[in-house]
Write a protein that binds this ligand. Structure first.
Ligand SMILES: Cc1cc2nc3c(=O)[nH]c(=O)nc-3n(C[C@H](O)[C@H](O)[C@H](O)COP(=O)(O)OP(=O)(O)OC[C@H]3O[C@@H](n4cnc5c(N)ncnc54)[C@H](O)[C@@H]3O)c2cc1C
Length: 451
């Protein structure tokens, strides 16, 4: 059985692991990624000061070392390969392409300089090749981060860490240089709904109280007006409220930078200043309304305030990119699927032998660990649906490589990546960090050319 997996993030690697561990069938997995480097958001999303989380890649390395696994980096589906190519060369296809597009605020002024989507800011500090040239101007003193998830917390924390805290991480060198000179002193994390509805995990929230030179500030009034009865609150809600309460009770300390957590406000307009960049954000105060289905909705009250900030980072979620030939669900902004089986979005008929895992299947929900079970669940469908498929003759396994070479693609193998990995780790020693990332594809390919 020959399977193509597109995307080398956690969901792709967990799908590969489940496929390669099958005992009823010998499965050959070819994994493609548009970047020469594997691991998706583990490399390009997870915050650089969370190195322990990145250690999960050791498990993926074990999968990559299996004899029936091949990695093809620097190959983009939709450009270097088409879906029809995949259908010709593989019995089954798994899309594991994540959510690489931002959700927009949809308010006036969103496009002005220094209103920067979280994807750009996060990709920039993590050395993602797409964002290495992003203009991140940290000459401003106050920044608003819009959103109430861990991504908002990550962005705020990186803005507020000291250079000494950041140096020992694998943050991109270009970002470290800009952050060293940063004038940012206050960050506001803004939530549309209340503290009970925030989707921060408690560990990330708690960490905000442990920064070297920045401290969280929560006005007691922000914690008034809770809507969920105490007995009905989830464990995470209880823990988060306790942490926020402890922040609210702290006397204002002497740390030089402040992180304000504010709730029940929606941005209505990005205000443009005399330098044509962000100078503020108009916010509408919200109130909460319990819906018939038990969910809690925020409703605008019409009360408007202007928050003076020089930069806005919307971190309100992501959606899957459209890839030519891959069915797209316009409403959910993911690859059209029913429980991981790809479907035609109009007829709802299953597209045979095509599957989707990870954020491309569900949208941006779930931590890295959650993909292990979720990808295995989809692989179980592949096993059920795939009986007898392996008997269908396919082109020689080398044919896909010849096809890519013919297109002029410089394919990066897993061994090539290991060479890049060694170079990055060696460069990191100079600044006593785990690695100093290579941030552009041309340099990666030229290093491999020299080897
Ligand atoms: C900022 C941020 C911080 C996070 N921090 C944590 C954390 O601390 N802990 C935690 O547990 N989880 C964290 N997460 C969540 C975690 O990263 C995701 O759950 C997980 O990475 C999703 O896996 P995935 O495989 O679906 O997608 P991804 O990890 O995004 O992988 C998708 C892969 O597909 C590739 N790709 C995309 N399009 C194509 C194409 N056309 N052709 C070929 N390849 C393509 C991409 O290059 C990428 O490698 C974080 C997420 C974000 C955004």
């Amino acid at each position: 059985m020959r399977v193509a997996i597109i995307g080398s993030g956690p969901s792709g690697f967990y799908a590969a692991e489940a496929l390669l561990k099958r005992t009823d069938e010998v499965v050959h997995v070819d994994m493609f990624d548009r970047l020469p480097t594997p691991y998706g958001l583990v490399r390009g999303g997870v915050a650089p000061d969370h190195q322990n989380i990145k250690a999960v890649t050791r498990i993926y390395e074990k999968t990559a070392a299996r004899p029936t696994f091949r990695f093809f980096g620097n190959v983009r589906l939709g450009k270097d390969l088409t879906v029809d190519d995949l259908r010709r060369h593989y019995h089954q296809i798994v899309y594991a392409v994540g959510n690489e597009a931002d959700r927009r605020l949809g308010i006036p002024g969103e496009g002005v300089p220094r209103c920067t989507p979280a994807t750009v800011f996060i990709g920039w500090y993590n050395g993602h090749p797409d964002y290495r040239h992003a203009k991140i101007d940290l000459s401003v003193s106050r920044v608003a981060v819009v959103g109430n998830g861990n991504v908002a917390i990550d962005a705020a924390r990186i803005l507020l860490r000291t250079p000494a805290e950041l140096e020992k991480t694998d943050i991109a060198a270009h970002a470290l240089e800009v952050l060293r000179k940063s004038q940012v002193r206050e960050v506001f994390i803004l939530g549309r709904r209340g503290p009970e509805q925030a989707s921060f995990t408690s560990v990330e929230l708690e960490e905000l109280g442990e920064m070297e030179d920045a401290e969280p500030v929560v006005a007691p009034s922000e914690l008034a007006g809770l809507i969920i009865p105490e007995a009905a609150r989830s464990k995470q809600q209880q823990k988060n409220l306790k942490i926020l309460q402890s922040f609210a009770e702290r006397p204002l300390g002497t740390k030089s930078k402040k992180l304000h957590l504010r709730f029940l406000v929606s941005p209505t307009e990005v205000i443009c200043g005399p330098d044509d960049g962000v100078s503020g954000l108009k916010l509408e105060k919200n109130r909460l309304e319990m819906q018939a289905d038990g969910t809690v909705a925020a409703r605008g009250t019409g009360e408007i305030e202007a928050l003076e900030v020089g930069m806005v980072l919307p971190a309100i979620g992501f959606s899957a990119e459209r890839i030519s030939g891959v069915p797209y669900d316009e409403k959910k902004r993911v690859i059209a699927n029913e429980d991981g089986r790809v479907i035609d979005p109009v007829s709802h008929l299953t597209i045979p032998n095509e599957y989707v895992v990870g954020w491309a299947r569900t949208g941006p929900q779930g931590l890295i660990g959650s993909h292990k079970g979720a990808s295995a669940h989809v692989v179980a469908h592949m096993v059920t649906d795939g009986t007898g498929l392996a008997e269908n003759a396919l082109p020689d396994p080398e044919a896909i490589i010849n096809l890519l070479h013919k297109q002029g693609v410089q394919v990066v193998s897993f061994n090539d990546w290991k060479q890049l990995d060694d170079v990055e780790v060696a460069r990191g020693v100079r600044r006593e960090s785990p690695r100093d990332k290579i941030v552009d594809v041309e340099t990666m390919l030229s290093i491999l050319g020299q080897h």
